[in-house]
Each structure stands twice: as structure tokens, then as C-alpha cells.
Write a new protein. Structure first.
Length: 76
């Protein structure tokens, strides 16, 4: 029986797909952790973990006080 994907991976995969398809382009600002948590109905820690995963994949970059953006070289 297949197991469900953890919510943070679902969020990360959705955002990755948007980046890879060009829907989110390099330099585009991502929704805040709070906005992602509300949109996906998860705790803010879960949304934060998804963003951490994207950062580890070098798809996004954070700018303290300004937000999180699609990395200029996002592996497209």
C-alpha cells in the first residue's frame, strides 16, 4: 500500500514544478511561510521545512527582511 507523501514534500514539489515550468521565474518572490501554511492548511513549521528543502536544492534564496525568491540559477 503506497504511503502518502509528507505535506512539506507536497509543498516543495508543487513549488519546484512551478519553478521548472517557468510559472515562477528567477527573481520572483515566493509566498511567505504564513501564506504557504494557510494555502496548504499546514502548520508554519511544515511550510518552513518545504522552503528549507527548496533552499537545499538551490532553487530559492532568502533575503532577510525582504522575503524568499526564486534563485537566479534555479536549475532550469
Amino acid at each position: 500500500m503506497p504511503t502518502a507523501e509528507p505535506p512539506y514534500r507536497t509543498i516543495a514539489n508543487d513549488l519546484t514544478a512551478k519553478i521548472k515550468s517557468g510559472e515562477l521565474k528567477p527573481g520572483d518572490k515566493l509566498p511567505s511561510t504564513r501564506e504557504l501554511a494557510e494555502a496548504y492548511g499546514v502548520h508554519m513549521n511544515t511550510a518552513s521545512r518545504a522552503l528549507s528543502l527548496l533552499h537545499d536544492r538551490e532553487l530559492i534564496t532568502g533575503h532577510p527582511g525582504r522575503g524568499t525568491y526564486v534563485a537566479e540559477r534555479s536549475g532550469q
